[in-house]
Design a protein around this ligand. Structure first.
Ligand code: ZN
Length: 271
């Protein structure tokens, strides 16, 4: 297998993967979505809420606020040694909020959550939680823990985790009528006209929609759009809780763990 990093920044990674198959790609995609843990608020104790939103609504908003995650220092509560309903400092982080509006209406943002661990804080401090009118108060204690996307979407570390086949496009110059219909119709702007010839400008943008093939007035169409059977482009966009490369690394580790467990069980059964 050959992997090439096409693009990478703080929240995004785009990989070209060669020598893989759909089953592996789909397993990694699903594990990335549903199994790689991240931190999220799971329980809220309301001390004072004189706002117009119910406790449940505020808790829900807090739960969906992405929190920076530290997978090396924290355990999943179900795997933690403490086995306590309330958690311990290896499986739970306490955050507090004490907000009040003394004059006029104001918006309370996620940045007002104070965490006991300065590493576990909201990814963005600009997530609006609630609006408070003059004299209204919101005081609460929130408990965050690691969890998995398969149990609740708030624990999903990714906003995008998808793959597509690696496109293969041919535009034979002798058959092309040079009408530029394919250039105009392509929603991803894959083609360009250069000296009256159709050229592929951005091959990787192609999502194999086949609009260009259908738009080609030649019979049969001059453009040939295909895909490589064992090459893929994978796109991972993190919500900011973990670096995107860490998410794919964790996904491969988890797949490995699941397969080992499977092998062990088969062996035990076969005895
Ligand atoms: Zn614990």
């Amino acid at each position: 297998m050959k992997i090439e990093v096409l693009e990478k920044d703080e929240t995004n990674i785009r990989l070209a993967i060669r020598g893989a198959d759909v089953t592996l790609m789909n397993a990694l995609r699903r594990i990335g979505l549903a199994e790689v843990p991240s931190m999220a608020i799971d329980e809220v104790v309301m001390i004072e809420n004189s706002s117009i939103l119910q406790d449940e609504m505020i808790s829900h908003r807090l739960g969906l606020t992405p929190l920076k995650t530290d997978l090396d220092s924290y355990n999943l509560p179900e795997e933690c040694k403490c086995q306590s309903e309330f958690g311990c400092n290896l499986c739970r982080v306490t955050l507090t909020m004490d907000a009040e509006s003394t004059e006029g209406t104001r918006t309370v943002y996620s940045g007002e959550l104070v965490s006991e661990n300065p590493e576990i804080i909201p990814v963005s401090d600009k997530v609006p939680i609630i609006k408070l009118a003059k004299g209204q108060k919101l005081k609460l204690e929130a408990y965050a823990r690691l969890g998995k996307g398969k149990n609740h979407a708030k624990w999903q570390p990714v906003s995008v985790c998808a793959y597509k086949y690696y496109p293969k496009i041919e535009v034979p110059t002798e058959e092309c009528g040079e009408c530029s219909k394919c250039v105009d119709i392509c929603p991803k702007k894959v083609y360009t006209m250069k000296e009256n010839k159709v050229e592929v400008r951005d091959l990787l943008a192609c999502n194999l929609c086949m609009d260009c093939v259908e738009a080609c007035p030649q019979k049969p169409p001059a453009i040939k759009v295909e895909w490589e059977k064992d090459a893929f482009i994978m796109n991972i966009e993190s919500t900011g809780v973990l670096p995107p490369e860490r998410i794919i690394q964790e996904a491969t580790k988890m797949l490995d763990k699941q397969l080992k467990e499977f092998k062990k069980q088969v062996k035990a059964e076969a005895k």
